[in-house]
Design a protein around this ligand. Structure first.
Ligand SMILES: Cc1ncc(COP(=O)(O)O)c(C=O)c1O
Length: 510
């Protein structure tokens, strides 16, 4: 460790005093913490190009005044004994805190600070937590991942020490292009693909390219807060377009030129609708007519349990109006922070330069390992396996709801990792249910910002509860619904439901 000490040979202070004062100031300012080891006197002599006696005297004075302790043949440490009060008293004079109005000025650039609900997503939640969009940690292919990582490390060469193409590791871009063709119907060249830090960075990249203060940005309502807050932070003018029982109501798209529309057509977030073909075509025609771009977020399209998946919107995009965004956060894990964006070819040189400005590319090792995982068939096997697991969990949730609440109305259960339950009218509002079941260790979510959702606040929204099921075991799922039902039953609100449940048909329309 090198200490940031500046020796000024023209100073009126002697060298020993300069060393003493600068180390003391670092201790008082908290740059050197109690118990932290200091570099050896030999090391300090070499670094500062001063004599041993200068350092010895400076350290001796620091020790005499109680700032450091020296343990023979162990080392020199910042003292733990500096009295807190004295430290604070002196720090008060030394440390210039950022003035509150400067902090307020910076904070005012964040869209209404509402984005805190995104930051808090990782906060520890409750025992049985139906939080949305989390893969099952037990399903991560740890053994294969470890093997592939070790193999890549052994043959890394200069890959860990050189700057590479900011758009990503070529093998991974190839693998993604090969995956997208059969899985999503998208014909994309690897040269159109940029590897990003998850979907969120892909959205940032598009925003940097397309949004200026006042640009019109269209978002779904209810919709994904991670996109809305981001667009707001770029100064975009937001248009919240209603989602009805088919998905985005494209008839409501504004007639504005040069807009950006963010959509989740495969499995609308959070409502779970799949946008039908006629609306997809209408959306694309709108983009062409208004010189706008569409950002398609296909966040959980790997999971489809009923019928065959509709091809992505991008697959229908003959006019190159769609940026397609994918993520590995759902099928592998959000901790990897890996996603990608398919960019219209003519915009790729610009996007590449923005990506270089942002962070000059994602970490090489994770990209290389993921490429190997995909290219050796491991990824396809992993998807097949977890699809089956998640289908089991989804079925367990549907069954548990049916059992306790009678014939339930669910939305979006045919795909993805979450579904929405339209609660019967005699139950309390969704926000009240959320609060009540939290007390008995069950986390369920309504359409509020705590679920990363942004809504227009329509009254019927308080009838919807979101259930993520992918990270829970089937047993936890049925226990969670049991507890939820028991809690509601406590106040007899379920009395009527139980009678209904006994007679309800188990038929379900999905
Ligand atoms: C609609 C939607 N898009 C994307 C993501 C994932 O983003 P990322 O890839 O940045 O983890 C989420 C995560 O919850 C989401 O709900």
């Amino acid at each position: 460790m090198q200490l940031p000490i500046d020796i000024d040979r023209n100073s009126s202070l002697n060298l020993q005093t300069q060393v003493f004062e600068q180390i003391r100031a670092m201790i008082l300012a908290g740059q050197l913490r109690a118990g932290q080891r200091l570099p050896s006197s030999r090391h300090l002599c070499q670094q500062l190009q001063v004599s041993r006696i200068t350092i010895t005297l400076a350290l001796a004075r620091l020790a005499d005044e109680g700032y450091i302790d020296t343990a023979k043949s162990v080392g020199t440490f910042v003292s733990r004994e500096i009295p807190e009060q004295a430290l604070h008293a002196i720090q008060g004079n030394l440390v210039h805190k950022t003035p509150p109005d400067l902090v307020a000025q910076i904070r005012s650039r964040l869209p209404e600070i509402r984005s805190h609900s995104l930051v808090n997503q990782h906060a520890p939640r409750t025992g049985i937590d139906f939080w949305v969009g989390r893969p099952d940690a037990r399903s991560f292919p740890l053994r294969t991942w470890t093997r592939l990582t070790n193999k890549r490390l052994l043959s890394a060469g200069s890959a860990l020490t050189e700057y590479r193409d900011p758009t990503g590791v070529p093998e991974l871009r190839d693998a993604i292009a090969n995956h997208l063709r059969p899985a999503r119907g998208i014909i994309a060249e690897p040269e159109q693909i940029i590897i990003t830090g998850g979907c969120q960075e892909a959205l940032n990249l598009v925003s940097r390219m397309l949004l200026a203060p006042g640009t019109d940005a269209i978002v779904e309502s209810p919709g994904y807060a991670g996109a809305s807050y981001l667009f707001e932070s770029y100064g975009a003018r937001l248009h919240h377009i209603r989602v009805d029982e088919k998905g985005l109501d494209v008839a409501q798209l504004p007639d504005v030129a040069g807009a950006v529309a963010y959509v989740t057509p495969s499995h609308q977030y959070p409502m779970g609708y799949t946008l039908p073909l006629d609306r997809r075509l209408e959306l694309l025609a709108w983009a062409v007519r208004t010189d706008s771009y569409i950002v398609e977020d296909d966040y959980d399209s790997d999971f489809r349990y009923v019928g065959s998946p509709l091809a992505a919107l991008k697959a229908l995009d003959r006019a190159n109006r769609v940026f397609y965004v994918g993520t590995f956060s759902k099928c592998l894990g959000a901790g990897l922070r890996l996603g990608y964006i398919v960019v219209p070819p003519e915009l790729m040189p610009i996007a590449r330069r923005y990506k270089a400005l942002m962070n000059y590319g994602q970490p090489w090792l994770e990209q290389a390992v993921l490429a190997d995982f995909m290219n050796t068939g491991g990824y396809a096997r992993h998807l097949r396996k977890i699809r089956q697991h998640y289908r089991g969990k989804r079925d367990a949730l549907l069954k548990a709801l049916d059992l306790r609440f009678g014939q339930t109305v669910t939305i979006g259960a045919e795909a993805g990792m979450h579904m929405v339950w339209r609660t019967p009218n005699h139950l309390p509002p969704a926000s009240e249910i959320v609060a009540r079941v939290l007390n008995c260790g069950v986390g369920v979510y309504d359409l509020s910002p705590r679920s990363a959702v942004i809504t227009s606040g329509a009254p019927e929204n308080d009838r919807y509860l979101i259930f993520g099921y992918s990270s829970l075991s089937e047993k936890q799922i049925s226990m969670g619904i049991e507890r939820l039902a028991d809690e509601l039953e406590k106040t007899h609100v379920l009395a009527r439901t139980r009678v209904l449940a006994a007679t309800a048909s188990k038929q379900r329309v999905l």
